[in-house]
Design a protein. Structure first.
Length: 456
């Protein structure tokens, strides 16, 4: 076991820590301290506070409200512009993350693209094409057999010579000579033959010109230059990848006290329960239904799509390191990353973050007229008809009227005063309850930290 050297000196609110791993700096209070040093950034979460580069300030009342874009009878369910979503406590974190994500990859621009340009230019200047004439084309005379019983092709222009083959009616041959009064000289395979002049007619045919193209190298050193160039770029890309890793690397190391650790143990378990739901949807639009008779009696029409992806862990950018699971939900044009203390939102290369104390999750059970295949874990509570009467019975005027199940689903709305507004739905009742309750508890704990109330 190696010896560990550790010594610290306090200078005002800042403590300087000396160890055999380097020098680090820490600031904060007992139970909530952030450390920055040679191995990255460390966030301590405890009952007394959470710190990340700056002390958590009091929440500032924002004027941005959830966006409900209204067209006649229609509501668009979406968050506000991503620039508005970040709460004041997350600004430093988002600034650093956005700065990392906005950097240009050296591997891409100085390694991969130049390598592609090198191979392309080398190949263009090392290869050319040439054409080989297969058939000159143009007009040629032909002899067409005009006898319905065919004709004999003989080796010499007389009736006593050897018969090479008997032709069929309308069979065509290239005419080589027609000066003989009784016989036509024709091309027969790679040789010649003769057919009786009275059994054939002479005509003209136009043949197309046929050529073949082939590429060949004009540079005898092409393979040597190509191999040397690829070897050079392989080394360059390896070097640039090391530089990129240093430029893009961002590390969040979480340390939790006993109370937070107990609370966090259920984090992955609750999220896996949500992920186990057979169907998960995102709501995009809602509008009032004016033609309820032809829409199974529904009072509201909802435009929903399946949630694109749900993963137990995914990092927001390349080279992002963390020692905790980061559950991930991919919505349309929006990605959600659930950190231990805040929700991280990504759209394209833009980011926003909201602490859980500023996030509201509302849950309701909703009856949904399911006109698609019913999920295996869905609870069917009733039935209706595609075309329904006021009394709930089927409209007999429609021959193709079919019975439609009514399922009980769980609907969750995530919102914040900064403009977050997303609605998801699960086919299994309560699938997101455990995870949302966990996030609410974290939010309550964060609020208590700010209020200064002692936690027992």
């Amino acid at each position: 076991m190696g010896l560990i050297l550790r010594r610290s000196v306090k200078i005002g609110p800042v403590r300087v820590n000396f160890s055999n791993k380097g020098i680090s700096y820490s600031a904060g209070i007992k139970g909530a301290r952030i450390n920055t040093g040679p191995r990255g950034t460390y966030v301590t979460i405890g009952t007394n506070g959470i710190y990340y580069k700056q002390r958590i300030g009091e929440y500032v009342n924002q004027t941005h409200q959830p966006t409900l874009v209204q067209t006649p009878g229609m509501h668009t369910i979406t968050s506000a512009h991503i620039d508005q979503l970040t709460d004041v406590d997350s600004k430093a974190f988002i600034d650093e993350l956005s700065e990392k994500a906005g950097k240009v990859s050296l591997v891409t621009w100085l390694g991969i693209w130049p390598m592609i340009a090198f191979v392309t230019l080398l190949s263009i200047n090392s290869f050319t094409s040439r054409e080989t004439l297969l058939q000159a084309g143009g007009l040629r005379k032909v002899a067409t057999i005009d006898s319905h019983v065919g004709s004999n092709i003989r080796s010499l222009p007389n009736g006593d010579s050897k018969v090479l083959r008997t032709t069929k009616y309308a069979e065509e041959f290239t005419l080589l000579d027609e000066t003989n009064k009784k016989w036509l000289k024709i091309q027969f395979h790679d040789s010649v033959g003769y057919v009786a002049k009275k059994l054939a007619r002479i005509g003209v045919k136009e043949d197309p010109r046929e050529v073949s193209s082939e590429f060949y190298s004009t540079n005898p050193y092409y393979l040597l230059i190509l191999g040397s160039g690829l070897l050079f770029f392989a080394g360059l890309i390896f070097f640039l990848s090391k530089r990129d890793k240093k430029r893009f690397e961002m590390e969040l190391h979480y340390e939790m006290d006993d109370q937070m650790a107990i609370l966090y143990k259920a984090f992955a378990l609750h999220f896996s329960s949500f992920n186990s739901s057979s169907r998960k949807w995102q709501y995009l639009h809602t509008r009032n239904n004016e033609d309820w008779k032809r829409n199974a009696g529904a009072g509201k029409l909802i435009n929903r799509i399946p949630i694109a992806s749900v993963l137990a862990h995914k990092t927001p950018i390349r080279y992002f390191k963390t020692n905790v699971a980061m559950p991930y939900i991919k919505l349309k044009n929006t990605e959600l990353f659930f950190l231990p203390e805040r929700l991280l939102i990504r759209r394209g290369n833009q980011f926003a973050a909201v602490f859980y104390k500023n996030l509201v999750i509302e849950n309701i059970s909703t009856r949904f007229i399911e006109d698609q295949v019913v999920a295996a874990d869905a609870l069917i509570v009733d039935h209706t008809w595609k075309y329904v009467n006021k009394n709930g019975g089927p409209d007999r005027r429609f021959n193709n009227n079919r019975k439609i199940p009514i399922c009980l689903y769980s609907e969750y709305t995530l919102s914040s005063r900064t403009g977050v507004y997303e609605t998801i739905c699960t086919s299994r009742i309560g699938a997101f309850d455990g995870f949302s309750n966990y996030l609410n508890k974290i939010g309550q704990l964060q609020s208590v930290m700010h209020s200064g109330v002692q936690i027992n």
